[in-house]
Design a binder for this molecule. Sequence first.
Ligand SMILES: NC(=O)N[C@@H](CC(=O)O)C(=O)O
Ligand SMILES: [Zn+2]
Ligand SMILES: [Zn+2]
Length: 345
Amino acid sequence: MTDTLTLRRPDDWHLHLRDGAMLQAVLPETARHFARAIIMPNLVPPVVTGAQAASYRDRILAALPEGMSFEPLMTLYLTEDTDPDDMAAAHTSGLVKAVKLYPAGATTNSASGVRDFDKVRPVLDRMAEIGLPLCVHGEVTDAEIDIFDRETVFIDRVLDPIRKATPGLRVVMEHITTRDGVEYVRANETDLGATITAHHLIINRNHILVGGIKPHYYCLPVAKREEHRKALVDAATSGDERFFLGTDSAPHTDANKETSCGCAGCFTATNTMSLVAEVFDRAGALDKLEGFTSVNGPRFYRLPVNDQTITLQKGDPVTYPDKIETRDGPVTVFDPGFPLHWRVV
Ligand SMILES: NC(=O)N[C@@H](CC(=O)O)C(=O)O
Ligand SMILES: [Zn+2]
Ligand SMILES: [Zn+2]
């Protein structure tokens, strides 16, 4: 039985660090294990311009504790007013690694996102030309579409038409939650990848709703049926290079989660590697873990893999805090509901 695993240091290809007090509190949780992360730009106001991305990057680096190393990979928040030249310049300078598409109203802080996809056509064409990836929150927002169908409908109505109209556009479907998402990625040989979160490998919709409503399992896209969770585990553990880890660790204070209209987001930064290792171990796929956490992502983003390594050891159940404290209030750490045995040493 393997009980020690050495992996290239992992990266997180979808992370929310927020700003201010929250940034200060959550950044070490990620930097402890991860070398780099794609930093989501859904601040209020959002990170739209190259100058805003540069200043956010500076704030992140200023919040990094002494002795920790971490590279934030910055993204721009796509709006109908995004300037293609400013975007291209931010890419050429090496500052920005991706642009994030939020359909307006789809998720936390997405009000400035895109309503009319034709309006962003020149930006998308330019991205295809310069090889700048588009990260997509793939859910339609139409009131008449059931929330559990919003990802699948988005693929047919929005994503596939955009990809057909923009040859060469490199797309990451963020935090996929359905078999349909997995199948769409598998059916496309080039220019398409997907991130999968730790929590969507673990919970299905029952976790949110059975035995009382569990606000800390509520995130967007919302967890689906068990058959979809299984399809995600199958994709993540298959060794297919198009799937990689993006935690979507999305901190909200307990006060903002445990209320009559709670925010969407699971906070997993603290225990991600233990969560994911447990899932891969249960699937008999520990040999595929490094690809998922440390190799497939850099390959898609055309960045070098990390030279450093981390070591995981299997043993007695891992202990981690229930909550982390922030100056804005406590943030609950994702609880998988079962013991985790792999610790990062
Ligand atoms: N995933 C979430 O439920 N929430 C994210 C936004 C997002 O990634 O959609 C957040 O910023 O809180
Ligand atoms: Zn999202
Ligand atoms: Zn997210």
